[in-house]
Write a protein that binds this ligand. Structure first.
Ligand SMILES: [Mg+2]
Length: 281
């Protein structure tokens, strides 16, 4: 099918930050705060997990805590619907493999995703959860030379590979995110693609400083209902144009115009009036 959706995880799928959720839920808020003030976030989380282990907190305790973390309202049904509409779904997140897989599995969503790009994690032979940086901390990682990428992960680097995959499959990318780290990948998407920044969150503020830097079409969202409506309308619209390509001289331009009309697709040519498939929302 025609669409590849790339999701950030924390505050885009999960309605909180998973590292904070685990640190707070297991009584390590202060310790985590102290560590993050002096070192990269990713490293601080690994140390906190070590402290948890030395105080007798097990992997199962951490998993139990993760399973209680709230999802963004409507996100589970949105993911399942997008998957059933034939979209390819991927995650690019600065959380870690264990946290993301535990949460997605619990909500029966893991199988909807074809790829999870995040910081790797292992459970060592003492039963302690370890997390490692996605990218080497010793060299400058951000391919756009931005301060907004954390030292352990440049999502822009990851999106470059995803873009190549999308182009091979002739798919359009829709990228959703809220954080500063989502700015670099959003900058790297071309005008035929779509970015869905979360309104009033850090990535949105970065975009607002100079919106013309973003080449992709911007479709904002702020709460789950809006994410669901905007994303699924976009998917249906892209699929519709893909199916009716032959009827338009330049489907991308018409798609763009339809989006400017806030999805109110009306008569697109004098002799042909198309109606979008009904949106059950
Ligand atoms: Mg996020």
């Amino acid at each position: 099918m025609a669409v590849m959706i790339v999701f950030d995880f924390d505050k885009t799928i999960l309605d909180c930050d998973s590292d904070n959720w685990v640190a707070d839920g297991l009584g390590f808020t202060k310790s985590f705060e102290e560590l993050t003030s002096t070192m990269p976030w990713n490293l601080a989380m690994d140390i906190v997990l070590g402290k948890m282990h030395s105080q007798g907190i097990t992997i199962e305790d951490i998993a139990d805590c993760l399973r209680k973390a709230p999802l963004i309202p409507h996100i589970a049904s949105t993911i399942k619907t997008a998957h059933s509409l034939g979209c390819e779904l991927r995650i690019v997140s600065d959380a870690n493999t264990f946290f993301i897989e535990t949460i997605l599995k619990h909500h029966d969503l893991l199988d909807c995703f074809s790829e999870i790009n995040t910081n790797p994690s292992i459970i060592d032979n003492q039963g302690r959860l370890r997390i490692f940086p996605c990218h080497d901390l010793t060299s400058p990682n951000c391919i756009s030379n931005l301060d907004s990428c954390p030292p352990n992960m440049c999502k822009g680097q990851i999106i470059e590979r995803i873009k190549a995959n999308a182009e091979e499959g002739k798919k359009k990318i829709i990228y959703l995110g809220d954080g500063k780290g989502d700015y670099c990948p959003m900058l790297r998407l071309k005008k035929e693609y779509f970015v869905m920044p979360r309104k009033d969150y850090p990535v949105w503020e970065l975009i607002c400083c100079n919106p013309s830097k973003i080449k992709a079409k911007i479709c904002e969202w702020s709460v789950g209902e809006e994410l669901e409506r905007t994303l699924l309308n976009l998917v249906r619209l892209i699929n519709f144009f893909e199916d009716h390509k032959a009827d338009f001289n330049n489907a991308d331009v018409v798609l763009s115009t339809a989006l400017d009309c806030k999805f109110q697709l009306v008569a697109l040519s004098p002799h042909k009036a198309f109606a979008l498939p009904p949106v059950p929302l």
